[in-house]
Design a binder for this molecule. Sequence first.
Ligand code: SF4
Length: 224
Amino acid sequence: MDSFNNEELKKHLKVLKELGFEEIILDKKFISKDEILKERKKLLEKINEEIQICEKCDLHKSRTNAVLGEGNIETRLMFVGEAPGEEEDKQGRPFVGRAGKLLTKLIERAGYKREEFYIANICKCRPPGNRTPTLDEMEKCFPYLKEQIEIINPKVLCLLGAVAGQAFLNRKVKITKERGTVIKWNDRILLLTYHPAYVLRNPKEEETLFKDIKRAIEIAYKGL
Ligand code: SF4
């Protein structure tokens, strides 16, 4: 069966509706993997264009680049941090500073490559001086990440730090007490852990962060 373009598909759906069909189940096997990936890339590019000119909160005033995220857009696991830092703001890429290097190192130690997963942040613009984003800034930016999650559709979200946890759970998170916690969130699984920047300041926690990352990967591939 040939795949439809959007206009053709709309016409066919209209005819079926007129014939009295209330519910139509689309058989995914008729949509090629390439088409799905192309569509995902297009949708993510659209979000990227939006955030580069977004002025919903004051963080736009001091940004060099808004940072969308990067990685495998078919992944089962997404890492979510707080916001870009100085290096991320300069390069327009997530987790490329010291904390990012630690995250990459721990993913590799678990036997994987960073490119196998997707990495993003709650806020897309760098807070001045790397301060914690305010609640208002997080609330205004979170919808972009939610769209990314819908598009990429990961099974597991590994939340790096209290701020990421707070944005998803809509409450204060005490990460030293709650790290390692696994929580169901809509149809997905959240795993709370430390932000790598925290571990850089508290090197004795590196092993704990490693274990959490490994567990998030295991849940993503094997389930709970
Ligand atoms: S942080 Fe998010 S909401 Fe604020 S200006 Fe940047 S993209 Fe817009």
